[in-house]
Design a protein around this ligand. Structure first.
Ligand code: F6R
Length: 241
């Protein structure tokens, strides 16, 4: 696991975008594993800028997102499908048919989860997986607990996650309490991982990633077993290292 620390979030975002862009330059039909939330927003802006400069091309790229809230359809402003469209897909030449986000409104969520794993499998492995990290160490919505699940599943969001995400909604009560999330299996199978963290509220989780411990109670610590992880940080997220 390599830690890269930058003075600002903007610089961290630029660096993360370069890591992803290099994958696209090497492989035109790369499979991108994507995350939503505040952490990768700057990186998506930089990727759009690189696309506008003609440095990268998304025409053959496929993407799979980590997660989606249960109960929100893609037109809801806080759905992760909507986030991806607005923050990246609408601004580059990716074919929307090649972009995949778990279905949070499937009639049968378990079947939907199974189908999502089959889809990922059919694409071959993810070439680069972008991750944020929860203040409690979650990755995707694989929350702290006694166990972690390998496959895509419906997860109950922890109280602290609901509180952290309430900033995007009118009130805490509106935050969905469940999400469909990739399991740790697909994340660990990806060829390369770029994890972005910024701000003081991530410093504890980042410190745990740098420690010698692996525990399901801090899911991101599992990433120590992955051979190619770059953790991209601003000064505040790195403040306990
Ligand atoms: C989002 C996701 C989550 C976030 C994490 C951090 O797709 O999988 O794990 O990466 O909750 O969120 P932000 O970046 O908003 O602090």
């Amino acid at each position: 696991m390599e830690f890269k620390i930058f003075d600002s979030y903007e610089e961290a975002s630029k660096y993360s975008a370069d890591l992803v862009a290099n994958v696209l330059k090497d492989k035109k039909d790369a499979v991108l594993g994507l995350a939503t939330g505040s952490s990768p927003e700057g990186m998506y802006k930089e990727l759009i800028a690189l696309y506008n400069k003609g440095e990268i091309d998304f025409s053959e790229v496929k993407s799979v997102n980590l997660d989606e809230y249960v109960g929100l359809d893609g037109s809801h402003h806080q759905s992760y499908r909507y986030f991806m469209d607005v923050n990246l897909f609408n601004h580059v030449n990716i074919d929307k048919k090649n972009t995949h986000v778990p279905n949070g409104i499937a009639a049968d969520l378990q079947e939907g989860a199974k189908a999502y794993d089959a889809l990922i499998e059919s694409m071959g492995s993810v070439d680069v997986q972008v991750l944020g990290i929860g203040p409690n160490g979650h990755i995707g919505f694989n929350e702290p607990g006694e166990e972690l699940l390998v496959h895509t599943h419906v997860a109950d969001l922890k109280e602290e996650t609901i509180e952290a995400n309430a900033r995007f909604f009118e009130s805490k009560e509106e935050v969905p309490t469940k999400a469909v999330t990739m399991g740790v299996g697909a994340i660990m199978k990806s060829k390369k991982i770029v994890l972005i963290a910024s701000g003081k509220n991530k410093a504890w989780a980042v410190q745990q990633m740098a420690s010698d411990v692996i525990t399901t109670k801090i899911p991101a610590t599992l990433l120590k077993l992955h051979p190619n992880v770059t953790v991209v940080l601003d000064q505040e997220a790195a403040s306990l290292l």
